[in-house]
Ligand binder design. Sequence first.
Ligand SMILES: [Zn+2]
Length: 136
Amino acid sequence: MAKKTYRGSCHCGRVRFEADIDLSAGTSKCNCTSCWKRRWWSATIKPEDFRALGGEQELSKHRPGQDTGHGGFCEHCGVIPYGWVDAAEWNDGASVSINVAALDDLDPADLVAAPVRYCDGRADNWWNPPAETRHL
Ligand SMILES: [Zn+2]
C-alpha cells in the first residue's frame, strides 16, 4: 500500500487537516498513562506529509506565529486531532502524530489491515511491546 491522502478533523470540525499516510507502514498504541487516558492510536508521518487546513488556533497547545498548530486538544470539543513530535532521540527530526480516529474519510478496512506497533511506555520501555496488549 502506498501513501493515501486523508482528511481529518476534531469532533466539532473547527480543526481540520490533511495527511498523506501509508497505513501499511504501521500505527502505534502505547500503554503509558498519557496514551492510555487518551486512548491514543496514532500514525506517525513526516511534517511534509501534513497540511493544516484551518482551526489550529483552537488547539490548546497552539503557538502563535506558527502556521501549523502544535497539537493539544480542541478547546471546543476536546478531541486531539494530531500532535507534533520533536523527540531528539528519534533521530529523524520532527514528525506529526496523527490520531487515526480523527480521519474522516478513513475506510475502516484500511485500519483493520494496518499493523499495530505496541510500546511499553508505562515501563519506560518504548521500543518493545508490553506483555499484554489486548486492552490497548
Ligand atoms: Zn473541536
